[in-house]
Write a protein that binds this ligand. Structure first.
Ligand code: TRP
Length: 335
């Protein structure tokens, strides 16, 4: 059944890949590839909606491609958004099926425009405002059924459903399937330095553990994880809870069971817990780094592969655009 369902998700080429993102998104994508028809996209057009430089844009877009492939995304499922210009073409059309009022209510727009107003040069691009219409285009152009995203993207997904509905009403048929968010149960990974906050790149280096960090650094960061906050007498502290969930997420189920038993008997040594968590993360990181080194030994071949898969995936996008133009009375060039 699920074999026929199509999944699309995107990741912006900003920030590094830390274990919060790995366990929270990427690992899930890798699993979904077994059961669904998947499209995973490097959202470089989206990244232009905030201040950027050409150099960073190019570098980080390739970095994300290499990193995702090293993690286990299948090359044929991966593409770069700007290699498929039909995304922006559909985005324009969908902009005309999106209401100004709805866009103004997007919390991500409000947050990011406030961020630019304070930190940046006060420049708030129209792209930042219409970003959700581009996101809708990413999803609808492949007629995706399911979109694995975090809760922060819930509002954009709801808007996409709205846009699809409005377009279907216009077309007087079920032109686009109404996509659903796929919230798989993923571990919530907190910062080891401040376990009350989510592991995140924007909080600073000590608040996230880089998947590509070397062993020494991973062990050091896990070793200095906050365990007791003092505030939560009786209940398991946020820091210890986080370490246990990292242990579980890294597949160290036996160590998890036995250390949990120690915890329940009141004999748990934090050093043991940290040691096992570090072992788990180091093992995952080691495998991924090994694959990354391999990929980087022939960068050109990998880049060509990404371009080739984008070229193949583009054919699907072109089919949809052609249908959309027929439905909306726009001209099609027929060869
Ligand atoms: N907006 C998403 C984010 O910032 C990235 C993204 C772009 C996306 N297009 C998408 C996610 C389509 C899911 C589907 O995380």
């Amino acid at each position: 059944m699920s074999q026929n369902k199509t999944i699309l998700s995107g990741i912006q080429p900003t920030g590094k890949l830390h274990f919060g993102r790995y366990f929270g998104a990427v690992e899930n994508w890798i699993r979904l590839q077994q059961d669904y028809n998947c499209y995973f996209m490097v959202a470089n057009y989206h990244a232009m909606s905030m201040p950027f430089t050409a150099k960073k844009m190019a570098e980080q877009s390739w970095d994300v491609c290499f990193n995702l492939l090293a993690c286990g995304i299948k090359p044929e499922n991966l593409f770069v958004q700007s290699l498929i210009p039909e995304h922006t073409e559909l985005a324009w059309i969908l902009n005309c099926f999106t209401s100004y009022g709805q866009l103004s209510r997007m919390t991500q727009f409000k947050d990011k425009s406030a961020q630019n107003a304070e930190g940046g040069e006060g420049f708030i691009s129209a792209g930042l405002f219409t970003y959700p219409a581009l996101q809708a285009a990413d999803i609808l152009i492949y007629k995706a059924d399911l979109v694995p995203v975090g809760k922060d993207q819930e509002q954009h997904l709801e808007l996409t459903r709205n846009i699809a509905q409005r377009f279907n009403n216009f077309a007087e048929k079920e032109f686009f399937p109404i996509p659903e968010a796929l919230y798989t149960k993923v571990p919530k990974v907190m910062s080891t330095a401040d376990p009350d906050r989510k592991m995140s790149a924007s909080l600073g280096d000590k608040h996230n553990i880089d998947v590509f960090a070397d062993e020494k650094r991973i062990r050091k960061q896990v070793g200095s994880a906050v365990t007791d906050s003092g505030a939560d007498a009786g209940a398991m502290s946020a820091g210890v809870t986080n370490l246990f969930s990292l242990l579980d997420a890294s597949g160290m189920h036996e160590a998890h069971a036995s250390l949990m038993q120690d915890y329940e008997q009141g004999t748990l040594k934090y050093a043991d817990l940290k040691h096992e968590v570090a072992n788990g993360l180091v093992a995952i990181s080691g495998d991924i780094r090994e694959r990354l080194t391999e990929l980087k030994s022939d960068r050109k071949a990998v880049k060509n592969q990404v371009k080739q898969s984008s070229y193949e995936i583009r054919k699907r996008a072109q089919e949809t655009i052609k249908e959309v133009k027929d439905v909306t009375g726009l001209m099609n060039v027929r060869f």
